[in-house]
Design a protein around this ligand. Structure first.
Ligand code: ATP
Length: 407
């Protein structure tokens, strides 16, 4: 199976894999491929990235690899982990460790340990398998029935306390369930329900929830994942306002969407005050807070953009200043196709319209310096947008009229 993994990677990934296989085979280094890449290789799907676990000092090995292959290392001493970047590819290496959770939802206390403990601290049986790098044909280390669950299409936690220890695993479960087309095992579903009922969700910081939401936002089937997490009660437990899936439903079958589209879809149905409170719970960064605010604002003003009498200049007045990512996401989120069309044209054409005349031209024509210049430019832009002026000559005539009007 290692050959199959090696055949599917290139560049820095391949260089790291080859060096580690040599160190394991020739030097007896106790190192394993672990987690996602083992799961994906067994499923026969492309391996996205490589994660390794070492019985020993992972940061030290990472430094050695980086100097051998010409890469850079980032070390996270608290967890004994390191990331090596070679030819732009990033590979995670962890020191095999044991984790204990002092209270539900807290960060784990970590100590170096062996492979068994390292696999036992993981989230699901399908992610708790390791492949030795020594030799060509060592069997997969699978102490938790991962192979069986892969075959049966089941996401299963390793012990009943798992979700209480780390409630973010509930979102991870949904991510794998939907991505792989699996089911959540019955006992895992019961433990998930119990964890929700026991209120452990509130013990987890907004940053940690947001990081797992960000992972979902990067998935192809993010809308289905978020809808599932909502239906299971996970999102409403994070904040009760996250309970309306109408925005997500509109995104369900659309391809090529990005994180901001899913963020907007999740927040669009909320009332403004709930949007603020939920954004605060998740400690959203400023750029995302803007998307949330402006998506909700846009939903509230959308009714004013419908009907035959809405001129392009009125659309621009309503939308200018709103985050363009929020407007782009709203093209898919608003229910009225006429409004969606206007948002699209705003993004593609209308917001880019400027008059032929500049501020200096206006001053030269006799518009007094000060706010009048900006106001006149705005008026010219609005007239141009609405098709009332077209050429520079027509703009000049209009300015003459404005000057003689004197207001
Ligand atoms: P993929 O989505 O392909 O599995 P990933 O980005 O989700 O990749 P990571 O989040 O990098 O995977 O996690 C790598 C491995 O670390 C997982 O396969 C899992 O074994 C373990 N892991 C990650 N997060 C947790 C968690 N919250 N609890 C327990 N184990 C975890």
């Amino acid at each position: 199976m290692l050959e199959q993994v090696a055949a599917g990677v290139s560049g820095g990934y391949l260089a790291v894999l080859q060096s580690l296989r040599r160190r394991a085979t020739e030097g007896g280094l106790p190192i394993y491929l672990v987690g996602g890449p083992v799961r994906d290789a067994l499923l026969g799907v492309p391996v996205k990235d490589l994660d390794f676990v070492l019985i020993g000092d992972a940061p030290e090995l990472a430094e050695e690899l980086a100097s051998e292959l010409g890469g850079a290392v980032t070390v996270h001493p608290r967890f004994g982990t390191a990331t090596v970047e070679v030819q732009g590819d990033r590979v995670d290496m962890v020191t095999a460790r044991k984790e204990t959770y002092p209270h539900p939802g807290s960060l784990p206390v970590v100590s170096a340990s062996g492979l068994e403990d390292d696999l036992a601290r993981r989230d699901f049986s399908i992610n708790a398998m390791a492949l030795p790098l020594a030799g060509d044909s060592a069997p997969v280390v699978d102490p938790h029935g991962g192979l069986q669950d892969l075959g049966d299409g089941l996401v299963r936690i390793l012990h009943p306390q798992s979700f209480a220890d780390d409630p973010t695993r509930m979102l991870r479960a949904v991510r794998y369930q939907v991505r792989l087309g699996f089911e959540i095992a019955d006992s895992t579903q019961s433990d998930l329900n119990a964890t929700l009922a026991e209120g452990h969700v509130s013990a987890v910081t907004g940053d940690r929830w947001r990081q797992d939401l960000e992972k979902i936002f990067q998935e192809q089937r993010a809308a289905a994942m978020l809808s599932t997490a909502m239906a299971l009660g996970i999102l409403p437990a994070i904040h009760p306002a996250l309970c309306d899936g109408s925005g997500l439903n509109r995104m369900a079958d659309t391809e090529g969407l990005g994180p901001v589209d899913y963020l907007a879809a999740l927040f669009m149905p909320l009332r403004s005050a709930d949007g603020e409170a939920t954004a605060q719970r998740l400690n959203l960064p400023t750029a995302w807070l803007r998307v949330v605010r402006d998506t909700i604002a846009l939903k509230d003003l959308a009714p004013s953009l419908t009907g035959v009498n809405v001129a392009p200049s009125a659309v621009c007045r309503a939308l200018n200043g709103l985050d363009t990512d929020a407007v782009a996401a709203s093209v898919r989120l608003v229910s009225d196709p006429e409004v969606a069309g206007r948002l699209r044209r705003y993004l593609d054409e209308w917001r880019l319209v400027v008059p032929a005349l500049s501020g200096n031209d206006l001053l030269a024509m006799g518009v007094p310096a000060g706010p009048k210049v900006g106001e006149t430019l705005q008026e010219l832009t609005a007239m141009k947008l609405d098709g009332l002026v077209d050429t520079e000559g027509q703009e000049r005539a209009l300015v003459e009229r404005i000057i003689s009007r004197g207001s």
